[in-house]
Design a protein around this ligand. Structure first.
Ligand SMILES: Cc1cc2nc3c(=O)[nH]c(=O)nc-3n(C[C@H](O)[C@H](O)[C@H](O)COP(=O)(O)O)c2cc1C
Length: 192
């Protein structure tokens, strides 16, 4: 699949198969994050990959899923993420203004995962203090985002925006994700 097709087809996944993600694949995904653009090439980001069962179980309660449809968007028992990649910011390298770097790295990782057949959910509704404790993160690092990963056990669909940005689940449990249209968001040469 080409990169454009990959981008079109990627959806956030919150239901996962109980199948481990190989270490080599986790390394490949983080490598894609490592090589993302970085303002000033300062590269303030580091990552913790979690695939151990006990650590996974400790991280799971620190996360909040799909606020618009809670609790229907939570991973169901047995469909929790198979792995996590926690994105850390070294505040000694960059104290503020790192958010663009995080975005670029997270999107690179999301797409690299999708190419491997692995779904992901980027989470910022995270109990950062608890995650930092569990992972023994030093004080000079900020826990920014969590990427939850695993082979998909759902097949969400993007649909045209019809007045609400709220994603929703139909009777069959399929997640629908409204997206604003190109004509509504693209301006050529001047606004409007
Ligand atoms: C910065 C950011 C933070 C997000 N935080 C969460 C979160 O805490 N919990 C969650 O379930 N989804 C989270 N998401 C996923 C969004 O809900 C999802 O991207 C959005 O509904 C659009 O769906 P799509 O990714 O399939 O296009 C986050 C996405 C982004 C970009």
């Amino acid at each position: 699949m080409g990169i454009y097709e990959l981008i079109l087809r990627r959806r956030t996944i919150r239901q996962f198969q109980p199948v481990p993600v190989p270490r080599s694949v986790l390394e490949k995904i983080v490598n894609a994050g490592r090589l993302a653009p970085s303002a000033g090439n300062l590269q303030p980001l580091e990552f913790v990959a979690v695939d151990d069962d006990e650590v996974r179980a400790a991280i799971f309660p620190c996360l909040r899923w799909a606020a618009y449809i809670s609790p229907r968007g939570d991973p169901m028992p047995g469909q929790e993420p198979a792995a996590y990649i926690i994105c850390l910011v070294n505040l000694r390298v960059r104290e503020k203004g790192y958010e663009h770097d995080v975005g670029a790295a997270m999107e690179n990782m999301t797409l690299a995962a999708w190419e491997e057949g692995i779904g992901s959910c980027w989470l910022i509704s995270v109990d950062r203090k608890k995650v930092a404790e569990i992972l023994a993160i030093p004080d000079e690092y900020r826990v920014d985002s969590v990427l939850a990963l695993g082979y998909p056990a759902e097949n969400p669909v993007a649909e045209d925006f019809r007045g609400s940005v709220k994603y929703w689940k139909d009777e069959a449990g399929v997640l629908h994700v409204p997206k604003r249209s190109l004509k509504d968001i693209l301006h050529f040469n001047r606004f409007g």
